[in-house]
Design a protein around this ligand. Structure first.
Ligand SMILES: [Zn+2]
Length: 361
């Protein structure tokens, strides 16, 4: 049995229907919900409901503002929400608000409804909450959202760079699956065929789509891919289908250079390209670089503002961010001089690929 979301609704104007959806699905017949919003987006979202509150069944809702994506923010939200009885907790916002709300919902034992205002990563439907803590940043296992709403009108207002980063997130699935399949073959790690199908199909749908984030059709495909990636993690019971060497490299950046972090999806996309390079899979390397480049995503360390020495430090440290997880980085166990050489070769070939002249500079 898979605890799948009751509702997945992706369209323009979805947010205005929130009250109706909560009532129809028996998530909250009377709209007695706690709604968490971010400090910047919150007022706009509240106004939408203030203008049309009658008939939407949200008159009984209480609003909470969350600031920052830390474990302390999540604990504070728990303390505020537990003072009254609610049917569910709704998070409306980008990744940070959803991560905080998911964690709070798990602590409170309430179903969580995710209303995504951004498509930057696969947390919109995943059973994982990523929060900053004293040790840097942690991933916490939580129940996945019971309903996922994506309002394309809100997505259209999100910064394009953050939406594009969601493409890197989905594309990295293929690299994560390659790591999982290798761990299965070489180390007998248990693998889940349904989780693999969901994660792989979503990545291929995005890679094969010729549109851009300016098209609704592409945005729907990207959203569905992010939702299915989250479901793949629910099925697998771990982040394995969407997180391998690509994510270890990103975690290393988060921990080693917190002040220079880029978007998660930008980091894992670059990490996936490097992992394909290490595997010596030229076709997958080219397909990944081509897709990232087509959407204006980083394909070389310099595109993220890192030099090759720094990037070599990230890939050297990466395996320590997820002890016990077997990926191409752990399998090859390259020395620092070998990694330095691979980082340079990767950088040259990625550059040659995007400049299309095939000449390595
Ligand atoms: Zn991710």
């Amino acid at each position: 049995m898979i605890p799948a979301p009751l509702v997945v609704d992706v369209r323009r104007g979805a947010l205005a229907e929130l009250g109706g959806i909560l009532a129809d699905q028996r998530i909250s017949p009377g709209g007695r919900v706690a709604i968490a919003v971010g400090a910047t987006y919150g007022p706009t979202v509240r106004k939408l409901f203030a203008d049309a509150i009658d008939g939407h069944g949200l008159a009984a809702a209480d609003w909470f503002t969350v600031e920052g994506g830390t474990i302390n923010t999540a604990v504070r939200l728990v303390e505020q929400v537990r003072l009254r009885r609610y049917d569910a907790i709704v998070g409306i916002g980008g990744g940070t608000v959803l991560d905080v709300t998911k964690f709070a919902a798990a602590r409170l034992g309430l179903p969580m409804v995710a209303v995504a205002t951004n498509l930057a990563h696969d947390g919109i439907a995943s059973p994982i909450s990523t929060l900053d803590n004293d040790a840097g940043r942690g991933s916490y296992g939580v129940p996945a959202p019971i309903a996922v709403l994506v309002d394309l009108d809100l997505i259209a207002q999100a910064p394009p760079r953050s939406i594009r980063s969601g493409i890197g997130e989905v594309v990295s699935n293929l690299s994560a699956i390659a790591d999982w399949e290798a761990a299965h073959r070489q180390h007998g790690e248990e693998i889940d065929g349904l989780a693999v199908s969901l994660a792989r199909t979503s990545a291929q749908a995005v890679m094969n789509h010729r549109g851009s984030i300016a098209d609704d059709d592409f945005l729907v495909t990207l959203t569905e891919a992010l939702v299915l990636s989250g479901l793949a993690m629910v099925v697998a019971g771990t982040s394995r289908p969407s997180s391998g060497a690509c994510h270890e490299i990103s975690h290393a950046i988060d921990l080693m250079m917190p002040s220079r972090r880029a978007h998660h999806g930008e980091q894992v996309g670059l990490g996936a390209a490097f992992a394909w390079w290490l595997r010596g899979d030229e076709q997958a390397f080219h397909a990944t670089v081509d897709c990232l480049h087509r959407h204006g995503l980083p394909v070389r360390p310099a595109d993220l503002g890192f030099n090759l020495v720094e990037f070599t430090e990230f890939v050297t440290f990466a395996p320590q961010t997820r002890p016990g997880r077997q990926t191409v980085l752990e399998d090859l166990a390259l020395t620092i001089p070998q990694l330095t050489e691979q980082v340079h070769a990767f950088n040259d070939h990625a550059y040659a690929r995007i400049t299309n002249d095939g000449v390595i500079q």
